[in-house]
Design a protein around this ligand. Sequence first.
Ligand code: XIL
Length: 397
Amino acid sequence: MAENPELTRREFGRAALALGASAMLPGWMRAQELDAQPPSVSFSGPNSLRFHAAARGLLYGAAVNPALLDVDGVAAGGTNDIYALLVKEQAGIVVPENAMKWEGLRPAPSIFDFTQADRFMRSAALAGQKVRGHNLCWHEALPSWFKSTVNQANARTHLTRHIRTVAGHYRGQIHSWDVVNEAIDPEDGRPDGLRKTPWLELIGPDYLDLAFHTAAEADPHARLTYNDYGIELDSPDQTRKREAVLELLQGFKSRGVPIHAVGVQSHIQADGPQPGVGLKSFIREAGKMHLEVYVTEMDVNTHSLTGGPEAQDAAVAEVYRDYLTLVLAEPNVPIVLTWGITDANSWLNEMNEPWAKRKDGAKQRPLPFDENLKPAPAFFALRAAFDSAPPRRKRRG
Ligand code: XIL
């Protein structure tokens, strides 16, 4: 679906004007010029993902890099930053891509630096957005001092202090916390499927319950989430991993561990097999445990997709449509987030990994907005999937 770039600018101009920013608009966004534009396919305001999701009782959102946001400009009443305007318009919920990870908050063992994370919170508050916290306990993004500082004798203290301080700092302001990220990996060979992480090795399997209990005490208002990837497909590997995640969740429930949701990251390959009955029954099993299921990090990996840009965009849109149709049919799936919002800022275009780099050197096209911040076919697929989702009932309590 080809979009006229002028129309896209007009959309941003409208959004900027709505923010009271006309005095700061560049020439191409002045009001007279906007009015001179022909009518167009609109994607802002009532035509946004945020609005269409909300109309069904759903939340749509995205991972955001706070360093890219002109928070001071927005706070001062106007900004030229079209990325900030896009995030504000489209996302009803946001998650900091890296700013709340240990590495983002902990420059030294005794220091908590909330500068970037606080900027992010301010931006979300200005845009009236809910916030997901990501994450309190993970085997990656650990600071460089971790290895030489954290040992068997002090690991429990380090973990609980971190969770108490961070979740406590944002107490009452977080919709949901990814308390533990990616704790399952059957490939590590343990009968319980637990990944051999530093936390497991230093504390033992009890680190999981400890993390959730500590988070619940620090912020009793947040929905506490277990988040993982590679649990979407019907392949033998992913089926095994999904079963291990279910066992973990059942264990939490049977021990009275406070947990409210499971995050399915949803990094999907554009080519190859697509999710199906396995994921559907996983969502239903979670529902039987009174758990919500959040699509936490969706994007569509196009590193090995053949065909030109238009063919790739069509394939990506189809994956979004099929995936969201599958998961949104289940009533305990109230939230969809994409990992980033524009192809210009996708981690898939930043990672120097074989699963990220295209052979032809072109950029990946994984997200609802393209490199120029124009809506891609995926945007329309997401919006249509929200429109046809059964309306959610409000959660009680
Ligand atoms: C990624 C970020 O997007 C990158 O910028 C960073 O270099 C590595 O981490 N699963 C997760 C996210 O839970 O935290 C990861 O984010 C993507 C995979």
